[in-house]
Design a protein around this ligand. Sequence first.
Ligand SMILES: [Zn+2]
Length: 276
Amino acid sequence: MPEGLLGRLALGLLISAAIAGAGVWRQALTWSGVAGAVVVGTLIFAFGGLAWAIPMVAFFVAGSALSALGRERKRALDAVAAKGAQRDLVQVLANGGAATALALAAGSTGRAALLFPAYLGVLAAVTADTWSTEIGGLSRRPPRLVTTLAVVPPGTSGGVTPLGLLAAAAGGLCIGAIGWLSLLLDAELTGLEPFHALALGALAGLAGSLADSVLGATVQEVRWCPVCRIATEAALHRCGAPAVPHRGWPRLNNDAVNFLASLIGIPIGTLVVALV
Ligand SMILES: [Zn+2]
């Protein structure tokens, strides 16, 4: 066991429990979501350190704040989505799983400088996707499907709006900026320039959001409520009727798509630092 790991695990647990507790109070997390956030936060702090934990906290705090935006209008979109605004365990792991694995790898191999750009890339991708969903959902213009550009109802997986794409780039850029600031806290993370952090944040953010939309428009499972005659992501529609498979791969739901799309941040983060 690396020196001091137990102490860092304990401190990480305290800090994550405090932040996740605030998340419940703000109605950003369910109780299972709290469990996920505490595990993710504790491991990232213990194995990565403060420089790794700060961008993750920024992702979580900004995402929770944005989901409170325009709550009434978003409630209407919940007719399409499987879940409400509160994140549960699976959603937390879909967004934080790859980042946690990278922090674990960095802490146990000592390759923090190599893995940190990939970590920032993953966080930029999930942040961008959250921002584009939360801000793009408020767009007055109807979304268009990323694959065919056909106009689709708001909330449809794979639908994009100019506002949503702008929000994706802004979310990624924000993580890049915070990642650059957190570099100042950790002397191990040499080789990453401020320009790298900002460029990889914006690029990984846009790519992550687009990857999420393309997967959402093509392979993501869509079900059909025969009673309401409406497409839905839920197995049991909110009217109470079971929804039948409609298109896409069975069980490849929104959470699985979020996780897969977050992985695009790994090559983008690594390549920006290696090539630029
Ligand atoms: Zn229904």
